[in-house]
Design a protein around this ligand. Structure first.
Ligand code: UD1
Length: 332
């Protein structure tokens, strides 16, 4: 059985759908700190399959241990964690405590129960401001905010565990910018309040819930001056996790993999693609640069293709169409 921490979240829920569809037995653990219980029913509805669910906080050892006592867990996909960059700057201890302590406790329990296979939800944020693009896994690592630091520190902790005990097998998955939603329109990304990320913000403008997009800077050294990112369909990203599970189940050691498409799109290119998908024009104004933003970030996905046998298949049109379908289905 695969344990999915944070399985009710955006990437977690899509990965659970793909795991169940691929025939895996799963248990989901989530504390709903940034997700809704209804997501679980939607996963059942999409897949026609059932799974165990534990409402538990990973910083509470007893709750996590119950899951290992009651089930034979072969591998953990570890998504649970706080992820808001701005909040992490304001409340660093909240981030270090939850993300780091939670992961350490999880690993202690895994070790105790002899479960030594993990797929970890890392981020391209660990590359800091890269010296060039596309970004390879062996580029220097650094961070610019506490959220990013928790990802990098956890990578280091997991590497140390694998050095101390060669039985461990760990895949560190460095996500680029996941967007889009499941084709059913039932699950997707629905941040509370005003979104920080580009595509959820554009979706709210398209839906008439926000007046206009602020484009953060148009004087970057990019094709049109706006920031360039590697947007990847969340279902493609989820399929990368299935490949990573297959890999860790049959190998040992620790390795990092980029999950991106290898293509960079500017903010204005995304606006145009979204306008096409929703059939409306998206109002925007050019605003100052957002502190901490970098000009361009996109992956070299060659290592994932070679070693995981995975590549992203869906293009930007499909990502925007699927985001819009989910938005229309969830206008309440
Ligand atoms: C952000 C986080 C990153 C995290 C990732 C996934 C920051 C600085 N970085 O990445 O650590 O791993 O989300 O959650 O927050 N943009 C606008 N207007 C907006 C929003 C965004 O112009 O209202 C631009 C940004 O300047 C950037 C691009 O759109 O060029 C993408 O932004 P966003 O979706 O927030 O992702 P990242 O900043 O790449």
């Amino acid at each position: 059985m695969i344990l999915v921490t944070g399985g009710a979240g955006y990437i977690g829920s899509h990965t659970c759908v793909e795991l169940l569809s691929a025939g895996y037995e799963i248990a989901i653990m989530d504390n709903f700190s940034n997700s809704q219980p209804e997501v679980l029913e939607k996963i059942r509805q999409i897949t026609g399959k059932d799974f165990k669910f534990y409402e538990a906080d990973m910083t509470a050892p007893e709750a996590t241990e119950t899951i290992f006592r009651e089930n034979t867990i072969d591998c953990v996909i570890h998504f649970a964690g706080y992820k808001a960059v701005g909040e992490s700057v304001q409340q660093p201890l909240k981030y270090y405590y939850n993300n780091i302590t939670g992961t350490v406790i999880l690993c202690q329990i895994m070790q105790k129960y002899g479960c030594k296979k993990m797929v970890f939800s890392s981020s391209a944020t660990v590359y800091g401001n890269p010296k060039s693009v596309p970004i390879r896994e062996d580029f220097p690592l650094s961070t610019t905010n506490p959220y990013g630091s928790t990802k990098l520190m956890i990578e280091q902790i997991l590497r140390d565990i694998a050095i101390a005990d060669s039985e461990w097998s760990i895949a560190l998955l460095r996500y680029f910018n996941p967007i889009g939603a499941h084709k059913s329109g039932l699950i997707g990304e629905s941040p509370n309040g005003i979104p920080n990320n580009l595509v959820p913000y554009i979706a709210k403008v398209a839906a008439g819930q926000l007046e206009h997009l602020n484009v953060f800077g148009n004087d970057y050294p990019t094709q049109d001056g706006t920031g360039v990112r590697d947007y990847i369909h969340v279902v493609d990203l989820s399929l990368g996790h299935i490949k990573a599970v297959e890999k860790v189940l049959k190998t040992k050691g620790v390795d990092a993999y980029n999950l991106g498409t290898g293509k960079g799109y500017s903010v204005l290119e995304i606006v145009k693609a979204y306008e096409k998908a929703c059939g409306k024009s998206i109002a925007y104004v050019i605003a100052p640069r957002r502190p901490g933003d970098i000009p361009a970030c996109y992956a070299d996905p060659a290592k994932s293709e070679k070693e995981l046998g995975w590549t992203a298949k869906m293009g930007i049109e499909e990502m925007c169409e699927d985001s819009w379908r989910f938005t229309l289905n969830n206008l309440h």
